[in-house]
Design a protein around this ligand. Structure first.
Ligand SMILES: Cc1ncc(C[n+]2csc(CCOP(=O)(O)OP(=O)(O)O)c2C)c(N)n1
Ligand code: SF4
Length: 299
């Protein structure tokens, strides 16, 4: 047992009985994020699986206040909450906007870009299950190339995933991080750190989704780990423009022991139509991105 496990807040902010699917990576991430953020937190969220997890008014298993809003307005609602809290002299309350990849990469990008450009004092979290999962697995611009979705049922998705982290990096915000619920200590530490920083903070969480990715619910933690261990989803943070790998990805960058992406892809039914050429193209894209991050670490 890692010794720093004991520093994790033992209080639970999500009671048993949420409406998320069995094995949902989103519920795992949310549990640890709220433990790190503690009380004095307001969540704002659009329509998405998190909205389902939150439950139907007036019942909810979640112990912090949350505001449901329309798809495109997550960061805009956060901007309003931050201004309102400041007017009430309650600036010690953390505003956290949490949205899926569809609501971030596609529909929420303009409000998020606006808030980040203004340096709005909030944490924006994109939980990335790589598709519009709440409405039955449609393709989003975060869906990886080669994945079967209900809107790419024949040829699979032909375009690579949008490099959203690069877009956020271009905003020169105070803090950017990636995290995975399969590495809860790394995730917890990043939320504790983000809570203390002022200005716009962006955290990108990779959340495995059993029905959307087509794998058994018991394998969620394994799937998240394989994404990190293959270098497909590296763990890192960018603080004041300085990039650094964290946790498992840091060790891998030092030891050069990444697994081939086939180890990750072959375990998910959504990639069952990939052929050898697509697989080699996929591996090359992961290698190129990893090398780009390695160069940033050296620089
Ligand atoms: C303007 C608008 N279009 C479509 C919908 C229907 N809708 C609700 S949730 C959802 C999917 C959201 O996808 P994402 O943001 O990736 O979150 P996830 O469902 O994967 O958690 C859609 C299309 C909506 N609520 N509002
Ligand atoms: S569809 Fe996926 S992300 Fe949504 S609740 Fe189910 S497991 Fe979680």
């Amino acid at each position: 047992m890692p010794e720093n496990l004991f520093k994790i807040n033992s209080k639970e902010y999500i009671l048993p009985g949420s409406r998320a699917c069995q094995g949902c990576g989103l519920s795992l991430f949310y549990r640890y994020a709220l433990k790190a953020l503690r009380e004095n937190t307001i969540v704002t969220l659009p329509a998405c699986c998190l909205c389902v997890l939150q439950g139907l008014y007036p019942s909810t298993p979640v112990m912090v206040p949350a505001l449901n809003n329309s798809f495109a307005s997550t960061a805009a609602s956060a901007s309003g909450l931050v201004a309102g809290l400041r007017a009430l002299n309650k600036a010690d309350t953390t505003v956290v906007a949490i949205a899926g990849d569809g609501a971030t990469f596609d529909m929420g990008i303009q409000a998020l870009s606006g808030a980040a450009e203004r340096g709005t004092d909030f944490i924006y979290v994109c939980y990335d299950n790589e598709g519009y999962m709440n409405t039955g697995t449609q393709r989003s611009s975060a869906t990886p190339m080669g994945a079967l979705t209900t809107t790419t049922p024949i040829l699979t998705k032909q375009q690579p995933k949008k490099d959203f982290l690069k877009i956020m990096e271009a905003h020169n915000i105070a803090y950017i991080a990636t995290a995975s619920p399969s590495y809860p200590l790394d995730l917890y530490d990043k939320f504790v750190k983000a809570k203390k920083i002022r200005g716009t903070r962006y955290i990108h969480i990779h959340v495995p989704c059993p029905p959307g990715w087509v794998y058994p619910p018991k394998d969620t933690v394994k799937m998240g780990r394989l994404a990190v261990e293959t270098g497909l989803f590296p763990l890192f943070e960018i603080e004041n423009g300085k990039f650094r790998f964290t946790g498992r990805s840091k060790t891998q960058a030092e030891r050069g022991n990444r697994l081939p992406v086939i180890n990750y892809l072959e375990k998910q039914g959504r990639f069952r139509k990939m052929d050898a050429e697509q697989l080699s193209q996929f591996q090359s894209m992961v290698d190129a991105k990893w090398d780009e991050y390695l160069r940033k670490t050296e620089g």
